[in-house]
Design a protein around this ligand. Sequence first.
Ligand SMILES: [Zn+2]
Ligand SMILES: [Zn+2]
Length: 357
Amino acid sequence: MHKLKILTLVGLPFVGVLTAMVLLWNQYLFATDLILMGVLYVLTVLGITVGYHRMLTHQGFRTFWPIRLFFLAWGAMAWEGAPSEWAATHIRHHAHSDEEGDPHSPLDGFWHGHFGWLFSLKNFESAKTYAPHLLKDPVVRFVDKTLLFWFLFSLALPFAIGGWTGLVWGGFVRIFLSTHVTWSVNSICHTFGRKDFESLDESRNHWLIGLLAMGEGWHNNHHAFPKNAFHGIKWWQFDGSGILIRTLEKLGLVWKVERVSKKALDSKTSETSATRTMLGDLRNKLVHSIQEKKKELSHHPALEKKYQQMLKRLDKIQVYLQRKKSWKRQTLLAYEKEIQELYQQLKHRLAKPLKSS
Ligand SMILES: [Zn+2]
Ligand SMILES: [Zn+2]
């Protein structure tokens, strides 16, 4: 049942894109369609980034309830689920980023991180465990309960303004674009891009997703400072959501806006270089430990093929570690575990008499 629901939510916008291609081929496209697509894209993406993410999940700022409702309603129209469930799942992502328990780490496969994770109910978190406070919030409860209305309204609105072609472009194509762009924060921004801070996960800053996802592509900045209402830290890191929050703050419509102090930024920067040194040391330690273990497990010609391959595997890991200079923490830890396991098995085997060849 859940799989069917997700298949519909992911599949319908895709069918919409195919329909749009046919319409385009027949030159059946109006300016209203593109305006609808653009405006609704910006509003629903902001609903997710400013509303669901920065306001609701990370409490990056406070605001009046009508503005809270405004953002959450636009977020609901992005077809990414109910606000409380979205926030709870995202809190779990921050608690277990790129480790076991992360609902959508691309370390479990790029497409799993992008949208494969949606198909398994166990990757969704209920607000009861991760964000019980949200269930007491009347605005959140209202949008949670009226979710289906917002889903349908997000199609009815472009249909009412632009007719059938308006529905295709402003509805389905727009949902296709906004969902894939926001999912890219989980897939692309945990795989490609720059790591300005050592946040002990695989989060990265990616300029293109920064641009398309209204600033959310500066995702390594975000993992380094999750509460910060601004994801662009350097002046050139375009952060559409941040610009909107700053404007609303100037107008007195939002307050208690979370920022990173210069001191926190500096200490994170020095922490980053310390972590990089730590990772370099860990890599050297692993190389050294393989060398030591290999000495101890001196090669024996009578060893069965399976164990010969284990020794070869140790050699291979050593070559990898020596060749590549900068490593991900997760990979190093996985190697450390593998080396230990190989070593234990080999040691155990060598303790027994070997058949003479
Ligand atoms: Zn992340
Ligand atoms: Zn977050």
